[in-house]
Design a protein. Sequence first.
Length: 385
Amino acid sequence: MSYGSSTGSSAGAATGSASGISVRQERLDRVREAMIASDVDILLLSLGADLPWLSGYEAMPLERLTMLVVPVDGQPTMVVPRLEAPRVDHHEALFDMCPWGETENPLAVTASLVGAHRRMAVSDRCWSTFVLGLQQLLPGRTWVDSSTVTSPLRARKDDAEIAALTKAGAAADRVAAQLHGGQIPLIGRTEAAVSADISQRLLDEGHDKVNFAIVASMENAASPHHHASTRVIGLNEVVLCDFGGTMDGYCSDITRCVHTGPVPAERQEIYDVLFASQAAGVAAGVVGVGCQEVDRASRKVIADAGWGEYFIHRTGHGIGMEEHEDPYMVEGNHLPLAAGHAYSVEPGIYLPGRFGFRLEDIVVSTDSGPLPLNHTDHRLVVVEA
Ligand code: ZN
Ligand code: ZN
Ligand code: ZN
């Protein structure tokens, strides 16, 4: 589910409305302020979502180096393979271009642009082969992750980003509604076939790419990140579907469970606990409370009902250009929720060898309260198809 695995197609998308030129200029200003605040005097952005967020250009995961060099006190420069340069949406106001040819050493080019700057921040997802090479050429510097600078900025979405997340969420909702409506047949099909069906529908509903489509039936649903196997879905089974994609550079992520026949009382009881847990987590996401309070609210409902040991992961993750990014809804995260934080609320109850349930929405914190971006029926819907 990593952002960097995409093809070039989403680079064009990243230059869409959510990151137009004025937006990028404003982000660059905020990055410079954050660099000063975190005592960083040069920022190096390569693979990962920081680069498209700031520049509109997504680097291909290639052996050829792409690196946006952002000094705190000067014009940024995009070091890019000459053959990739035409794909860069270049605006002179934002950065200079430095295309390098096949016989040049791009690390030496980057090192010369770094010059006398000493406190470096480098992309969290930059390959070690590049970081180690730069460290040899630039001895005596300090190095931190670029997320030190960018993560608090990227975590708080602006209006255009919230609009993009809302649009992607609505598209995922439509696929979930098709699942509920029986338009995605389940009984007698393999998990893999249903996963492929969901993936195609994510594209049909407007996603540019599919990031994952987990389909997990019965005992497979007890494994949170089970993907999709050759197991054939039968009658009277739990089927957990967790899927999402990227649209205009921003991600969707939704989980709904369905039941292929009348729901036995024990399964309904457990699902009702999960339903209440997820609602409690969503409601807890009030601006100013620590992220861990969302986790605690969801976890308390499940623990109070006696299923606490079967809720084996954090309650949620931030979402934006990446499926999983800051802020995380997890015990120990004291970061206060702020307007614009976008994250999942996805508690689960997993009974090994039997079945599992998870229920997930994306939520945005706003000054007037938590705003869910997913609205498809939250109940355990019976699908007899
Ligand atoms: Zn996950
Ligand atoms: Zn999910
Ligand atoms: Zn999720």
